[in-house]
Design a protein around this ligand. Structure first.
Ligand code: GRF
Length: 198
């Protein structure tokens, strides 16, 4: 049997916006010890800023607006792009679409997401505002496996980020972003190592 760990895992990243986590994953993949490479950056928004960076870095991109499309048809277009790129894993990085159950199940254990809270706290949106309003000492970041249960899959890695006095959702979000950029490449790499050898 071929030694899978001798080759780099192929990762497609799905984004909807700025793509700073995609950039963190990409540059981490270019470190000499990385066990993965980014083979595609795909988006449901043709104007997603992250696509411009990906192109400048020589990464294949795919963009297909979801507007006017059935969910399943849009999912299928995104999945087909990932498959055509030969992706082994999909990393959702600010991808603002809920994927259909069939898609999620086909990529079981092979699709990850980053969420800006210490899951299981604050699933969904406005995580920073909710953490501040609750008087929490920490916000944070979680990387988890994607399952049909929104933001409910197994947590692979987390990092707390201290909430400072006077923090607003925006100031907290900006600091959490630093932590996200560290945690996502780490969690993806470690998951690939464990998953490929299991
Ligand atoms: C991040 O906060 C991530 O946790 C959430 O969406 C945001 C994406 O930011 N899922 P970026 O596009 O990677 O900068």
């Amino acid at each position: 049997m071929a030694d899978l760990t001798a080759t780099k895992a192929r990762v497609a990243v799905f984004i909807s916006g700025t793509g700073t986590n995609m950039a963190a994953l990409l540059y981490a993949s270019r470190l000499p010890t990385s066990n993965y490479e980014i083979v595609l950056v795909a988006s449901n928004r043709e104007d997603a800023k992250g696509l411009t960076l990906a192109r400048a870095e020589g990464i294949a991109t795919f963009a297909q607006s979801h507007r006017g499309m059935e969910r399943d048809a849009h999912d299928a277009a995104m999945e087909q792009a990932a498959q055509a790129a030969g992706a082994d894993y999909i990393a959702l990085a600010g991808y603002m679409r809920i994927l259909g159950t069939a898609f999620v199940e086909r990529w079981s254990e092979r699709m990850l997401n980053i969420h800006p809270s210490l899951l299981p706290r604050y699933k969904g949106l406005d995580t920073h505002g909710r953490a501040i309003a609750a008087g929490d000492m920490h916000g944070g970041v979680s990387v988890h496996l994607v399952t049909a249960d929104l933001d409910g899959g197994e947590v692979l890695a987390q990092m707390p980020v201290a909430i400072e006095e006077g923090d607003t959702p925006e100031t907290l979000e900006a600091r959490v972003r630093f932590a996200e950029h560290q945690v996502y490449p780490f969690a993806l790499s470690r998951h690939i190592d464990r998953h490929r050898t299991s």
